[in-house]
Structure formats: C-alpha cells, structure tokens
Design a protein around this ligand. Structure first.
Ligand code: CO
Length: 433
C-alpha cells in the first residue's frame, strides 16, 4: 500500500482533473482502463466471465464498475459501494451573455445543489462540462468534454464601504448577486455568442457546430495538503469525490474475488438523484440483474442474491468544528483523521441501523481501521445521501459511512489525509468479505 500522503496527493489530482461529474467519470475510466477493466455498452448483450473486470457509463456522468466473482451471486450476494460524482456549484443557463453598464459582460447562471454561496466570491473561476455537437443524425449528436482551465471569470464581492453590514450577515440573491463577470466588451458585436466562441476556440471547432451544452463554473485553484504537518486535504469537491476515488481504487485492485464486487458512481445526488444516472433510478438494479443474466441466471437468482447483498453508501460526514463545537451532537463528535464515520439518523436520512453498522464496524476493526459515529444534533435536520434513495430501488442491507470533513459544500472543503487512506482500506476489506 502506498503512503497515506501519496494517496491524498492522488485525490487532490483527481479532484483537480474532475471539475464536473462528466470529468469525474472520465477520470474514473482512466483509472479503470489502466487496471484493464473492459467497457461494456448498454446497447450490446453482455458476455462476462468470472474474474472479469467491467464498467459502463450512463449519460456520461454516472458509472458502474464491477469485478465478477468466482462464486455465483445467488450464493454470495453482491458487495456494493455507492458514491456520487456531482458537487454543488453554478450551472450556466442557455443564452447566458448579459451586459451590464454597457461594458461588463456577465454569464447568467443558476445554482446547482446547495453550495455555500459566499465561498464562490472573488475567486478566479474556470468553466467546464459537456458540449453537444451538430450531427446529421438528430438522435445521436456527438458530445465533447470541455474544460476551459483558465481563470476566465470571477463573481466579485461588493466592497465593505458600499455594504457596511456585509460582516453581520448578508443574503446573496441567487439571480442578481452571484453572476460571474467574464470581462469587458469593446463593442456590442463582441458580446453576442461570446461563450460559444470561447468554447469553439477551446475545442477547435466552429461556433455554429455547437448545438447545446451542460456547463458549470469551478474553482480555478488546485487543492493542496494543508495543516502544520500537512495532515489535511484542502480541495474542491471532496464531497463526494473522496469516496468515489477511494472506492474506485479499492475495486480496481481486486484480483479474482469470490464475491461479485460493484462500485456505483451516481450523478445528481446534490439535486435529489432523480435522473437516469442518479441513485433514484434503475441504474444499479439493472446492472445487478444484467450481471446475473449474463451468467445465465434469472430474476429468482437476482432476488436470492439481493437478500445476501450489502451496500456501503459512502459520502462525506461532518467533523466537529474547531470554532463551533456546539453545532455537533453532544456525545458523537467525529474528528478529522479520527477514522471513518458511520452515519445514523432516527429519521432514516441515513440507511444505517444497529445491524448494518455493527457489520461495517467489525469489517473496519479487522482491517485495523478506526471508526467514529456521526449523528445530527437532535435540533438539526442535517443532510441526506444516496443510501436511502438507492434502498428504494435495491432493497438490501446498507450502511451510510463517510470520512469526517469541515466546510462541506464550500468551494474548498477540508478533510484528513489519514481518513482518505482509512476509507480505502475499509472498502478494500469490505470487498474481500
Ligand atoms: Co455528498
């Protein structure tokens, strides 16, 4: 096993190369291809062999990878890890160019998920996502990933002199206060299709070839190790690329497992998961059924396999805050680098119960990984994750876990170097059960 620090640096690179869910899937494919995983097409009939490593993508931003076990799933069940590829931020709207004061060119955006809005201000931002290209066949237009990895826009703050109350709490308006400023235009002609021209130049194609796009803003600055002993990871999109990275790395290193092991990377968790590539879809159940069908088993075997299966839903947990400890539960207070947190909630916003938590805690203990517990303060609602949503489609034993982090949904989140390695070890050990 590489050192925790090396693994943390790999995560920082992974987050940097994954400004959007589309790029995250592209990066995951890169890791899998290096480990000789074979890409499957959902259109084709699947031919799988024991020990074989496979993956498929859905709509470019969801991905399911698996390694076929030597035993039949109906004898062993599946071992499944789930995580999400998307992060909160800003999505660029259609016809986005907006002129202010006759010269300031801005982009019209809408908020994606629940970012901490003020962390996006005064930071040079890049633009990335997917562009759809004109083609003769209307049902199958070509798609290209694009990453304008330059500090092309900024959402500027208003000065403290013009807003003296800014430090006593100011509510940003999501339409009028948070539009990114792209630069100055010299004449009216220049403002038209400015973004399309920027994209076309980046992709070396013609402006008129671009039919549509799915584009997001992102922090231009790369993440880094932080803390006096470099024991922390400061980066964008740690929620949930940390778990995606740990899970994909754990799966990719499996060789000839007994049990069929699956890593599900869902998109759109931050906006409710109800898309074809989200956890609130048939993507996972469909994949599990197809794995059985390809081994000449049927629905009966699927249900037998599900009753023996286990899902680890891995998504960031909240660490106790150094300045605001009172926001945390009085007895369960996870700290950074204190180990993987098992998340529980009476409202079932997390799937864990005493039974599934005990199983996961024991797996961690056997692997030498420390665990902590996360629960919300009883007077706070807290967040949710893919676990409960996935459970409505694939009803199996599941546990919600995550590494403790600070500043969740900030443009720059903070987690522990040791915890990322601990998550990898825990998931590797889970796949071997
Ligand atoms: Co998350």
């Amino acid at each position: 096993m590489k050192t925790a620090r090396k693994f943390a640096e790999e995560l920082i690179d992974f987050c940097y190369q994954s400004p959007t869910a589309y790029h995250a899937v592209d990066q995951i494919k890169d890791i899998l291809e290096k480990k000789r995983f074979v890409e499957l097409d959902e259109i084709e009939s699947w031919k799988l062999k024991a020990g074989g490593k496979y993956y498929f993508t859905r709509n470019d931003s969801g991905l399911i990878a698996f390694v076929v076990g030597s035993e039949k799933p109906e004898k062993t069940g599946f071992r499944i890890v789930g995580a999400h590829t998307d992060s909160p931020g800003f999505r660029i709207k259609p016809a986005p160019e907006m002129l202010a004061e006759g010269r300031y060119l801005r982009l019209n955006t809408e908020v994606y998920g629940g970012p901490i809005l003020n962390t996006w201000l005064d930071r040079p931002l890049g633009i990335a996502g997917r562009v759809v290209i004109a083609d003769k066949k209307p049902m199958q237009p070509e798609k290209m990933l694009v990453n304008i990895n330059k500090p092309v826009c900024v959402i500027p703050n208003v000065s403290v002199h013009m807003n003296p109350d800014i430090n006593s709490g100011y509510t940003l308006n999501k339409q009028s206060d948070t539009l990114p400023f792209l630069g100055l235009v010299k004449d009216r002609l220049e403002e038209k299709n400015f973004l399309l021209r920027l994209l076309a130049a980046e992709l070396k194609i013609k402006t008129e070839d671009i039919i549509d796009f799915d584009l997001f803003l992102y922090d231009y600055a790369k993440g880094c190790l932080a803390g006096a002993a470099s024991e922390l990871i400061s980066a964008g999109r740690i929620d949930d690329l940390e778990a995606v990275h740990a899970g994909i790395c754990a799966l990719s290193e499996l060789e000839k497992p007994k049990v069929t092991c699956v890593m599900a990377c869902f998109d759109n968790e931050e906006v409710g998961s109800s898309t074809q590539q989200g956890a609130d879809s048939q993507i996972l159940l469909g994949a599990l059924e197809r794995i059985l069908l390809a081994q000449k088993s049927g629905r009966e075997e699927l249900f037998r396999a599900l009753s023996l299966s286990f899902l680890v839903s891995a998504d960031g947990a909240h660490a106790v805050h150094p300045n605001l400890g009172q926001k945390c539960d009085p007895t369960s207070r996870p700290t950074l680098n204190g180990g993987v947190a098992i998340k529980m909630s009476a409202s079932k916003s997390y799937t864990s119960d005493g039974y599934s938590a005990a199983i996961f805690a024991k797996i961690c203990e056997k692997a030498g990984v420390r665990t902590q517990r996360f629960v919300n303060r009883s007077d706070m609602r807290g967040g949710s994750t893919i676990g409960p949503i996935s459970a409505t489609h694939v009803s199996i034993n599941s546990v919600d876990v995550g590494i403790p982090m600070l500043a969740m949904h900030s443009i720059r989140e903070l987690c522990g170097v040791e915890d990322h390695a601990a998550m990898f070890t825990a998931l590797t050990s889970f796949y071997h059960q």
